[in-house]
Design a protein around this ligand. Sequence first.
Ligand code: ADP
Ligand code: MG
Length: 768
Amino acid sequence: MASLLNKLSLRQLNKVLKKVNSYSDKMKAMSDETLKHQTVLFKRRYMKGESLDHLLPEAFATIREASRRVLGMYAYDVQVLAGIALHKGKIAEMKTGEGKTLVATMPLYLNAITGKGVILITSNGYLARRDALEMGQVYKWLGLTVGIGVKEDAKESMDTDEKKKIYHSDIVYTTHSALTFDYLLDNLCINKEDKCMRDFYFVVIDEVDSVLLDAANMPLVISGAPRVQSNLYKSTDYFVGTLEEGDYEEEDRQVWLTPRGITKAEQFFGVNNLYTKDYYEVLRHINVALKAHFLFKRDEQYVVKDNKIMLLDKSSGRMVENTKLKCGQHQAIEVKEGLNPSSETRAMASITYQAFFNMFEKKSGMSGSVIEDRKEIKAVYDIDVVEIPTHIPIARIDLKDSYYGSFEEQFEASMKWLIRAHEKKQPVLVVTSSIEMSYIYSRVLLNHHIAHNVLNAYNVAKEAEIIKNAGQLGAVTIATAIAGRGTDIKLSDEVKQLGGLLVLGIGRMENQRLEKQARGRAGRQGDPGTSKFFVSLDDEIIKEYGAPSLKSYKNVKEITKKHITKMMDQAQKNYEISAYRSRNRTLEFDSSTSAQRTIIYTLRNRLLNDEIDYDELMNFIIKENIEDFFIADPTKDEMQRFILSHIEYHIDDTLSYKKEGLLQLAKERFLSKKKELEESNRYNQFMRIAILNALDNAWIEQVDYLEQLRATIGLRRYSQKNIIFEYHQEAYRAFEKMMDHAKKNIMKNVMLSSIVEEEKGTFTVMLP
Ligand code: ADP
Ligand code: MG
C-alpha cells in the first residue's frame, strides 16, 4: 500500500519535473545577466498574482542552471523531484550522499520569491554555516539575501540589529534550537522595535527525523531568576532510599508510588493526604527523588565530575555542557550523589518543537532515514513522506546481521572483519552504539598497532573533518551512530576497487533509523561498499528491553536460531514503542500549554502593534475587578486597602463606600491620567508597558507552574488517560486564575505607575 502511494506521488512529481526540464535549454542559453534578472521577473509576476506552483518550472530551472554556473553542480532529475516534493510541503526520504543540500535550494528559492522569508533548519550549527556559505553563493548570485542564524562560536551573542538583519533575509539557515530560542526571546520583548522575527512561512528541515523525532522530547526552556532553595531535597531523598520493592512501580521511564508507597510517604512526612494542595511541594520532591533513584543511572545518563552532575547525550555519549535537568530533577540527582543541591532557576518561557514547527504555514523536510516513522510524522505534523529513488542504483551490500551470546564473542567476530579488511587497506568505519564501546575498540586497535581515529571530539567541526576522511585508503574510524552526520565520505578510485567502505555496526541500536544512518555511510552515489551488524545479548537495548528468557542463551557463542534472533530484534521494537509513547505523552501534555501560549502571544502582539483599544480594555478591567472585589462584601478597611493598591495612593474623605462610588472614582482617575499622558503624547506607550508588564509577570509564573505540574502529576494516578485529563483541567484552572491575577495587576500598573523623565525626551515608567 505504502509503495503504491509512493508510486502515485512520484508520478505526480514526475509530471512537474518534465515541465522543469522543458526550460533547461532556455535557461542554459541565457547570459549571466539575463539569468540573474529572472529573480526580479519572478517577483513581479508573483506580485501580479501568479501562483508559485505556476512559477515553479521556470524558477527551478533558473536556480538549477545558476548552481551549475556558480557551484559546478547541476541538480539531477531525482534531486529536482525531491525539490518539488519539498515545495509541496512533503518530506523527502533521500539516501545519504544524494545531495540534499542542493535539493533544498530549489524550493527555498521559489518560496523566497514571495518575499516572506524562508528558513532552512539543520541539526547543528556547523552544518547550518557550511551549507549557508556554500549554497549562499547561488542565492546571492540570483540577487537574494542570506542570513545565518548561528555564530561560529556558539557562545558569542548577537545584538538585536544583527538578529533583525538575519531574520529579514530572504533565506535563513539555522538550527532548530537557535530558531526556537530566538522565537521565545522575541516574545519577551517590550518594544515592537526589538522583535527580530517575521511571521513563519516556509521551512525546510534537513535531517528531519533528528529534529522532529529525536528532539521532540525536550521542550526548549528559557530560564529566569533563581528559585528559593528548597530544603525538601534531602528528606525526600532519604525517604525514597527507604522504599522497598512493591512501594513503587516503573514503566516507560516513568516511576510512581503504589498505594503502599503512598501510605509510607504519608507516615514518613506525617500528613493525612499527600494529594492535597498543601503537600504539593512534598509530592513534587518525592517525584524527582523517585526518578533520581530509579530512572537515572550514574555513567549512563550522567557522570559526576568535579562535584557536579554532568548529563550525557545518549546517542553520542558526550557530556552536555551547560544543561541541567528541569524542575528540580537535577538537584534530586545531586542529593542522591551526596552533593549539595545547586540553585534552581524558574522557567520563563518554553515550547516544544512540535508546537513550534506547527506554526509554519508550510513545512517540509529531508532525511536518509525517516520512512519508517512516516505514520507518526503524519499524525503529529501532518506531513507526508515520499521516498525518492537514488540517482544511481545502490551498490552497497548489506550483509546479514550476526548474533552472539556475549560481548566478547561479538567483539572478537567484528575485530576479525576489521583486521581482514584493514590488511588489504580497505577503509573501515566502526559504528558503536555507545561511547564506552568505542573506547574499547580504540584500546584494542592500539594494542594491534593499527592507526585509527575516534570520534569523541567535543566539537562537531572536528568530527566532520575526521569522518570526511574515513574513506581513505587504510583508514580505520570509530564513531557513534550520529557523530558526523551530514558529512560526505568520498572514496578514491583505489578504494572503490577494494570494495569501498566497510561499515561494521556494533550492537542493536535504539532504532532502525540510527542503523540505517550507519549503513548509509557506505555506498553513496552508487559507490561500492559493505555493511554488517554484530548483535549480542550484552547490547544495552537487549538487556533492557529484551525478553528475560533470552538470558539463558548467554553461553551460546553464535546464535543462529531464527526465533531467538527475532526475539533479540524485538527488543529494539520495544524500545521504539516506548520512545514513541514518551513523545506522544509530551505532545498530549503540550496541547493545553500550547493553547495558552497562543492566547498570550497573540495578545502580546496586538499590544506591541498598538492594536488594542485601551479605553475599552480599561473600562472592562476596572468594572470586572471592582465587581469581583465586592463579591466578598468588603469592609471599609478592606476598601481603603483596595483603593491604595489599585487606584490611587490617597483616600478622599468624601468617598462613598459603595460599588458605584469606587467604580466612578476609578474611571475618573483613569480618565485624568489618560488626559495627562495624551498631552505629552505618551498614552499608548505608557499603556503598552504597563499592561505588558502585568501580563508577562503572570504568564511567566504560569509557565513555571505548568512545568512543575507536569513533573508532579505523574504521581497521582495509575492510568495515563486520567493523568492527561487531570493535567489539562488543572492547567485550565490555573490559566483562569492567572488571567484574574493579570487583570488586577494591569489595573494596578496603569493606575499607580508614574513617569520619570529622562534626557532627550525619553522616559521610564516606574511600576508600582
Ligand atoms: P546528503 O545531504 O544527501 O547526504 P550532500 O548534500 O552532503 O548529501 O551531498 C553529497 C555530495 O554530493 C556533496 O559533495 C555534493 O557536493 C555532491 N553533489 C550533490 N549534488 C550534486 C550534483 N547534482 N552534481 C554533482 N555533485 C553533487
Ligand atoms: Mg546532508
